[in-house]
Ligand binder design. Sequence first.
Ligand SMILES: [Zn+2]
Ligand SMILES: [Zn+2]
Length: 352
Amino acid sequence: MRAVVFEAYGRVADVREVRDPVPSEHGVVVRVEATGLCRSDWHGWMGHDPDITLPHVPGHELAGVVEAVGPGVANWRPGDQVTVPFVCACGRCAACAAGDQQVCERQTQPGFTHWGSFAEYVALEHADVNLVAVPEELSFATAAGLGCRFATAFRAVVAQGRLAPGEWVAVHGCGGVGLSAVMIAAACGARVVAVDVSPQALELARKFGAAECVDAAGLTGAGGGAAGAVRELTGGGAHLSLDALGSPATCASSVQSLRRRGRHVQVGLLPSAAGDPVVPMGRVIGEELEILGSHGMPAHAYGPMLDMVRSGALRPDLLVTSVIPLDAAPAALAAVGTAPGAGVTIIEPARG
Ligand SMILES: [Zn+2]
Ligand SMILES: [Zn+2]
């Protein structure tokens, strides 16, 4: 098969023929119809992810068709149209037994712990635990983004964030996951304040339902920065605030955006190179703030999200801004570090 392979961190990958994957006993091989380009892929390519060994094939946001199944797979057969959460669970550890497959103790992640979906085929483990059927009315390009940024945003807002209609939500960072969160929070009846340094990203946030936008580029610490602007717009602070970018600055700003008893959800990954963020724990105690993490969403929890997509209440299709062939993926991957990050790029391996 053809795949995007890199042999060294930070050096542009190439597209070449490699051996086809075969399914493990409880796994499947999926023919990749569409796969999203994500900031985590860029972190992996830069060498920020300790799970990766070289040479490596990135890609973890995928949708496609089951090509082959292992002998231990009960529920899936060749021809099924599927997607997966980026965390593939083992189905047998204590976390999985509790229904928390998103934090499985023995998780695998395509594109990190093994070769991913920037390829014509990808192997996925424990298919009965992890595969999700793609509804007929969804395109593969739309379905590809569901497993990482969209599901992550959905769980962050609805499950971890416990959003109630009428509440104020601040979303710090309006890339793929941030814009997803804006759309989901607005669809759930919240009033959303979008925060970013890019006017283009804020324009998209407004289109996807943000009631207010804060351009953080010109704001300095003296006036409270972006957090001060959020507190003013929301009459004292957001009920729920998300760091959807993942940086010490946006993490702190998100916590400082909250009103008393507010909830911060950390969604953006914080690569260790940037150091641990400083969280104002004095305020966490004095104002009874909640600090929560969110890590994907288990396959069994996709139902309510897919229902909202089917009804048109959520439109992940609108987040897709470009579709490119496999040959263009290495350059696009390298560009993630310098691109402002508005919108979603989908790679279609079968596209010539
Ligand atoms: Zn991703
Ligand atoms: Zn597990």
